[in-house]
Write a protein that binds this ligand. Structure first.
Ligand code: ADP
Ligand code: MG
Length: 257
């Protein structure tokens, strides 16, 4: 056993070119929990999330000063393969982005590119069940993923992410393009997925964070440098019921958004 969380995030500075988009953001993300990042637009929530699976590597101007440890290992060590990292730490984006292929192939795609062995029929069904989508699509697996509703498309993307059996699911505002009913469905799904995966979400929706997250991180933007930084991190209950920092109090009470 280790006292370290699954992720030990120690960001001194996160740059895009010369701009330090994030500074001084240090926190430990526990295994088996849902951790939410909240804060005003531009405070660096997505940037921090993308550090956790090296998605930022795809941005040429990105540079990290600091360290991200995952399971005790430096995620940015030269020996670490970023593609393998993204297989173990899956991601779901703001806009549902199914591929223009069948529902079945959308999920099977992840198996193919990662050369995962096993029976594709079974693995695809298992992932669709895991994403609470199976019953709605089992009779039309050959139809295009794009024919589904927004909420179904997002669950299809979740199925695509979990078919490779990652350890972690990162979700960047997964409900912001969805209506309230589809949103609640995804929230219920998150609570279900939490039994198997560690989940980190970015959300604009404070109620969503309070409904699903075990721990919450509040980020804010330095008004002079425009760098985002971590203001406060704790259990969701502590952050919402008794925030310690004045900015957290003001944000949660709607003084600014
Ligand atoms: N690829 C990028 N290149 C340059 N600047 C970026 C890039 N992505 C984000 N930024 C900048 O970094 C800051 C933080 O952005 P972001 O992480 O998207 O914040 P949030 O998700 O909290 O809205 C913003 O000022 C944004 O304009
Ligand atoms: Mg964002």
């Amino acid at each position: 056993m280790t006292s370290e969380g699954l992720f030990q995030c120690d960001i001194e500075r996160l740059y895009y070119g010369d701009f330090a988009a994030v500074r001084d953001t240090r926190l430990s993300i526990d295994e088996g929990k849902i951790t939410a990042f909240i804060g005003p637009s531009g405070c660096g929530k997505s940037s921090v999330l993308r550090c956790l699976n090296r998605m930022n590597d795809l941005t040429r101007s990105f540079r990290l000063e600091g360290q991200i440890r995952f399971g005790g290992r430096d995620l940015y060590a030269t020996s670490v393969d970023a593609v393998a990292v993204r297989r173990h730490i899956g991601m779901v984006f703001q806009q549902p982005n199914p591929f223009a292929m069948s529902i079945f192939d959308n999920v099977a795609f992840g198996l193919r590119i990662n050369r995962i062995k096993g029976n594709p029929q079974e693995l695809v069904e298992e992932a669709l069940r895991g994403a609470a989508l199976w019953d709605e699509v089992k009779d039309k697996l050959k139809k295009s993923g794009l024919s589904l509703s927004g909420g179904q498309q997002q669950r299809l993307c979740i199925a695509r992410a979990i078919v490779t059996k990652p350890k972690v699911l990162l979700m960047d505002e997964p409900c912001s393009a969805l209506d309230p009913i589809a949103t609640r469905k995804i929230e219920e799904l998150m609570l279900e997925l939490r039994k198997q995966y560690t989940i980190v979400i970015v959300t604009h929706n404070l109620q969503q964070a309070s409904r699903v997250a075990d721990d919450t991180a509040f980020m804010y933007v330095d008004q002079i440098t425009r760098s985002g930084y971590l203001v406060e991190f704790g259990s969701t209950k502590q952050i919402f019921d008794s925030p310690k920092e004045i900015y957290t109090q003001q944000y949660l009470s709607g003084v600014f958004s």
